[in-house]
Design a protein around this ligand. Structure first.
Ligand SMILES: Nc1ncnc2c1ncn2[C@@H]1O[C@H](COP(=O)(O)OP(=O)(O)OP(=O)(O)O)[C@@H](O)[C@H]1O
Length: 251
């Protein structure tokens, strides 16, 4: 297995608290890993360290040079048109790639638009195009769909799945949404008390259907690992409307 990310014994301390405390994580090249954890468990801290936006207090972190982060908010430059936002980090000679990246996220006709005229979902697609145009070996996604409405979120998940299959970067996706993690990832991890308490492959056939018993069983296990106790699946004659919000998998 060729490795994209190797983290050993990672420690990060804020004040008195070791937010990351002996964390180990390996991501293979081209592997999609989802990271779940309660609010404040240190997910963003880990992502920021992998993206070199923050330093570690101990341990070993090996990541590829070619890496990019997509945040919850698109962080576009308001004074640059959409295409210029996408190509901002490219040499001028490679600007044509920006147009192709926009086409991949379905926004080729918005190349000359200003960021302020885009919807939230469109702006986030631009930020994905900006990240992928550099062909990163590691793509760090920090709750990239959290601010979007449920329908846009599902469409974005499909898009990220497609882009992942085309570009094949290693991905670390931080999310609060257990279903999103199970839909997209090759492996899911749960961060608690400074380290990964769960790290397991997603053994659910693709395309992944939340109605698949293997999907539901993994969801239930992950929610339990996150401290949310969910009863076993209801009998099949129970109407869907009986599902509680927790069973949608968003923590
Ligand atoms: N620069 C900082 N200075 C002090 N404390 C910090 C700093 N950055 C993060 N923390 C603390 O570290 C803990 C973990 O924060 P982090 O943002 O990594 O959690 P998270 O799991 O991403 O949470 P959420 O899911 O709510 O986004 C929190 O208690 C936070 O207050």
């Amino acid at each position: 297995m060729s490795i994209a990310v190797r983290v050993r014994g990672l420690r990060r301390v804020f004040g008195e608290r070791a937010v990351l405390d002996g964390l180990d994580l390996t991501i293979a090249r081209g592997e999609f890993v989802a990271l779940l954890g309660a609010s404040g468990s240190g997910k963003t801290t880990l992502l920021r360290i992998l993206g070199a936006l923050d330093g570690a207090d101990g341990g070993e972190v090996l990541v590829p040079e070619a890496r990019t982060i997509v945040f919850q908010e698109p962080r576009l430059v308001p004074s640059k048109r959409v295409l210029a936002n996408v190509t901002v980090a490219l040499p001028r000679s490679e600007a044509a790639r920006g147009q192709r990246a926009l086409a991949e996220v379905g926004l080729e006709r918005h190349a000359r638009a200003w960021p302020a005229t885009l919807s939230g979902g469109e702006a986030q697609r631009v930020s994905l195009a900006r990240a992928l145009v550099r062909e990163p070996e590691l793509l760090l996604l920090d709750e990239p769909f959290a601010a979007l409405d449920a329908l846009t979120r599902l469409k974005m998940q499909d898009l990220v799945g497609e882009l992942f299959r085309t570009h094949r970067p290693a991905v670390l996706l931080v999310t609060h949404d257990v279903d999103e993690a199970v839909r997209l990832a090759d492996r899911v991890c749960v961060l608690r008390d400074g380290r990964l308490v769960t790290d397991e492959p997603v053994a659910v056939a693709r395309p992944r259907d939340p109605g698949d018993p293997a999907f539901a069983a993994l969801r239930r296990r992950l929610l339990n690992d996150l401290g949310v106790h969910v009863a076993a699946a209801p009998p099949s004659d129970t109407p869907d409307t009986a599902l509680s919000p927790i069973q949608t998998g968003v923590i």
